[in-house]
Design a protein around this ligand. Structure first.
Ligand SMILES: [Zn+2]
Length: 416
């Protein structure tokens, strides 16, 4: 029985669903879960007795993890595996034993990846900073506590500057203690890279930038709200004017957007912006800011309530799922992605320049002018300016919806 279709749940809702499914406190508790492969890790449900895979998992280890969720109490389970019309799936359809008895690779993490190691280094620095004075050196739970909008974030007392000055004052010790942990485990070049980004300050620049961007986000919301006030005033729009109502609603949505930023967890933000290690996805995530406008029932005097949600997806998934005009199913709503949230087109960090080789698959970030030929294949097209293209990084998208149209319930079945 599936009383509700819940797609992409907030953490609290997901935990509730998991508990309901595991402990079955009610006669009509959930007894079937449809989940992504994330469920293959960590969750232990004794009474689960059937597992269905909708495609053949990539590796034996994934396969065993997934089917191993079932039959933990009774020792027996019914496993069904759908085979899709793909080379990988069809191969294992012919050779199912290869999947069941194949080699199991030990899960691991690539310490050599310099970005990942740098995040671990930052986490290590935060830990060290905190342990020098746990009472004073703590990281607040929510962004609101930092009062970013009303604070001079360049002042030495601001959180990130306190952390930076601690790291700067202890650079050598921190680096040698950190390197010691990874001694013999990683290539010295990767550790040298950390020393480099510390000495050329680019590491500190990135740390500050995350907070500057947040301030910019707050500032842009404020600017937009003021613009709306200005329009209302200039056009002398009365309270009952439809245009005024529309504008007021937009103002309310902007206010909601500000509250969403306030409510963000500081550590989660540092994770999503790629400063701290992220176990769900390695790159910087993409944020969806969705607004679901409530609608007033006919003849009712109760004002409609709006709902605003913020969801972060990995960039890899977001490029498809959060593309403008796509639908994203979340917490009982079908959300239409209405566009990108871009804040300031004059900000050079919004546009990225990439260079493509006409002859091979080489792509370079911030191409160097001095290179006359492709560093990979030697082709002369490399020097041409027409092979340089500008891109916008997908940071956040917005979605504006009307509840009546976006709600998912039995009356509005959907397929996707
Ligand atoms: Zn090339």
């Amino acid at each position: 029985m599936l009383p509700n279709i819940l797609v992409y749940l907030s953490r609290t809702d997901r935990e509730k669903v998991e508990a309901d499914f595991k402990e079955r406190p009610r006669y009509n508790s959930l007894n079937a879960l449809v989940a992504t492969s994330t469920l293959e890790m960590g969750i232990d449900i004794g009474t689960l007795n059937t597992a269905i895979n909708n495609s053949v998992p990539p590796l034996t280890s994934n396969y065993l993890q997934r089917i191993g969720r079932a039959g933990r109490t009774s020792g027996s389970a019914l496993i069904t595996n759908f085979v899709q019309n793909k080379v990988h799936d069809l191969f294992y359809f012919q050779e199912p034993k290869e999947m069941m008895e194949g080699d199991i690779s030990t899960p691991g993490c690539y310490l050599e990846a310099k970005d990942i190691l740098l995040r671990h280094f930052f986490a290590f620095c935060l830990d060290s900073w905190s342990s020098t004075n746990p009472k004073e050196n703590s990281i607040p739970g929510r962004l609101i506590a930092l009062r970013i909008y009303n604070t001079d974030i360049s002042s030495s007392g601001f959180l990130i500057n306190r952390i930076i000055s601690y790291i700067k004052a202890n650079e050598k010790v921190l680096l040698s203690r950190f390197s010691f942990i990874y001694k013999n485990e990683v290539n010295p070049d990767v550790l040298n890279n950390i020393a480099l980004v510390l000495s050329n300050e680019s590491f500190y620049f990135r740390l500050r930038k995350v907070f500057e961007k947040l301030k910019e986000e707050y500032r842009n919301i404020d600017i937009k709200r003021k613009e709306i006030d200005k329009i209302i005033k200039e056009k002398h729009l009365g309270v009952n004017d439809d245009e005024r109502k529309e504008l007021e609603a937009e103002k309310k949505a902007l206010w909601g957007l500000k509250r969403l930023i306030d409510k963000r967890s500081v550590l989660e933000h540092l994770t999503n912006t790629g400063l701290l290690p992220n176990y769900a996805f390695p790159e910087t995530g993409v944020t969806l800011n969705a607004w679901v406008k409530g609608s007033q029932a006919k003849g009712s005097s109760v004002p409609p309530t709006d709902e605003q949600v913020e969801i972060v997806r990995s960039a890899e998934v977001a490029i498809r799922e959060l593309a403008p005009d796509n639908y994203f199913y979340s917490q009982g709503n079908k959300l239409t992605i209405s566009g990108l949230n871009t804040f300031d087109w004059n900000d050079p960090s919004i546009l990225l320049t990439k260079k493509f080789c006409s002859n091979c698959d080489n792509i370079a970030d911030n191409p160097m002018v001095s290179e006359a030929t492709c560093p990979k294949c030697g082709h002369s097209s490399w020097a041409s300016v027409s092979n340089e293209h500008k891109f916008v990084r997908l940071n956040s998208v917005k979605s504006v919806n009307v509840r009546d149209k976006s709600i998912l319930d039995e009356k509005h079945p959907f397929w996707y």
